[in-house]
Design a protein around this ligand. Structure first.
Ligand code: ATP
Ligand code: MG
Length: 429
């Protein structure tokens, strides 16, 4: 890496062309699976009023407390780069009257911003792909989201992943649970780490979310939310796990999987992998039937998940063969002024007839040797040569660059057919 005066911001990465191909590959697979389930894409702004995130994610979450990129704009309004997209989806749904008495299955893909400590799998600008469903009580939709996300990993050839599920019940059940949880942790008050001591009376559920290894034995003996569920919530949860078992989804119940905010209820789930070290959560989801009310609307049942594309790509790189971008089909060589002139229209017609053709045009002139060298360096499968003799006879010469096929001179009118066959055979190999 060269030292330059102005570097990119910490935790914000450039994706160079050799990397962006990997992203396109993954994004395309994700999109295809999600759309095959009938979900429609929503795109919302990167900037929102800070208040939206404060009211939706809550002021006592790490994200809102200390990770938001918030600033005052020229009008004096406090605005923030979105740290996640659920709040924006709910806002957009309410604003456009799309949530009441309707069913929506939405998906999104985009950058999120959090001022975290950058490390592998944790960046300040990162990409999430997520889905949000409104208007369905479940548990069928809960199951659908788990199966959909499972299918995403399958489409990407990732099999070392496991689904963790839990139910955090409804508000009253959780209040009873919280009381007992506080009582339990109070016994060990002096052994709690600083974060947990702070959370004990503000948000005790979040103690269960602690990543501190020293807290784990204490957490492992804490009361379990599942023991506090009402009959109805129990039934909801059992319906989900029954299907997961039937379909052999790799899953386990994690009774300590939680969300710390009141508008979350019942189903929570995460997909984890052991292949990414401590940043092993690739996807997190859950039901949030209380969020629309929290933002001032009439209650709407809702559930969603978000996955981290950066982590998915790290995972694919850690476990699979390298990505190689598809090669150019051809490099266009034109020798001489007149050939160059004619090339424009010839190229134009072949590009129009074959939109899948990857054809690189030689720029900056050069003699045959120079252009040929560039053609070779481009990685193209063939060079298409238009020189004086080809001009006279209305032909082009096709030189294979990566195989020992014979060089051929064909009529210019044959070019489209010729490359249509190449695309058919080479792209399906
Ligand atoms: P973590 O516990 O790893 O901080 P989180 O609970 O903050 O994750 P969510 O807000 O649920 O994460 O986001 C969903 C997914 O987005 C995560 O499972 C992860 O894959 C990804 N993600 C979250 N924060 C980052 C980040 N800073 N960099 C890269 N990916 C991230
Ligand atoms: Mg986080």
């Amino acid at each position: 890496m060269a030292k330059v005066e102005i570097q990119s911001l910490k935790g914000m990465r450039d994706l160079l062309p050799e990397q962006s191909y990997q992203w396109q590959f993954v994004e395309e697979k994700l999109r295809k699976v999600i759309e095959s389930y009938g979900y429609q894409e929503i795109r919302t702004p990167l900037l929102e009023k800070t208040e939206l995130f404060k009211r939706s994610m809550g002021e006592v979450t790490d994200v809102v407390e200390k990770e938001m990129y918030s600033f005052t704009d020229l009008n004096g309004d406090s605005i923030s780069l979105r740290p996640e997209a659920t709040a924006s989806c709910v806002r957009a749904g309410m604003q456009h009257g799309k949530l009441q008495q309707q069913i929506q299955r939405w998906w999104y893909s985009g950058f999120m911003f959090r001022h975290e400590k950058p490390q592998k799998g944790r960046y300040r600008q990162f990409q999430q792909v997520g889905v949000e469903v409104f208007g369905l009580q479940g548990p069928d939709i809960d199951i659908e989201l788990m199966l959909l996300s499972w299918q995403l990993w399958q489409a990407l050839g990732l099999d070392n992943v496991i689904l963790e599920v839990n139910s955090i019940g409804n508000l009253t059940e959780r209040q009873n649970y919280k009381q007992d949880l506080v009582k339990y942790f109070e016994q060990y008050k002096s052994q709690l780490d600083v974060d947990s001591q702070r959370r004990l009376y503000t948000n005790p559920l979040r103690i269960l979310d602690s990543k501190n290894p020293e807290m784990q034995t204490m957490i492992a003996k804490a009361p379990k939310m599942l023991d506090y569920l009402s009959k109805q919530c129990q039934q909801h949860f059992v319906e989900i796990t029954t299907v997961l078992t039937q379909l052999k989804v790799p899953y386990r119940v994690n009774p300590y999987l939680v969300r710390g905010l009141d508008y979350y209820n019942q189903t929570v789930f995460e997909w984890l992998t052991p292949d990414l070290g401590s940043q092993g959560t690739i996807c997190a989801g859950g039901r949030y039937d209380g969020l629309v009310t929290q933002l001032g609307g009439k209650a709407v049942p809702a559930i969603g998940f978000a996955l981290g594309v950066d982590r998915l790509i790290d995972l694919i790189q850690a476990t699979q063969i390298k990505f190689t971008p598809p090669a150019l089909h051809a490099y266009w060589i034109a020798i001489g002024e007149q050939a160059q002139q004619q090339s424009w229209s010839l190229q134009q017609s072949i590009r129009q007839a074959l939109p899948q053709l990857r054809l690189l045009n030689n720029c900056n002139g050069g003699n045959f040797k120079t252009q040929f060298k560039r053609a070779d360096k481009s990685g193209a499968l063939y060079a298409i040569v238009l020189a004086e003799s080809e001009l006279e006879q209305a032909t082009v010469t096709i030189k294979p660059l990566r195989s020992d096929e014979q060089q051929q001179t064909i009529q210019q009118t044959e070019l489209v057919n010729y490359f249509a066959t190449i695309i058919r055979t080479k792209d399906n190999q």
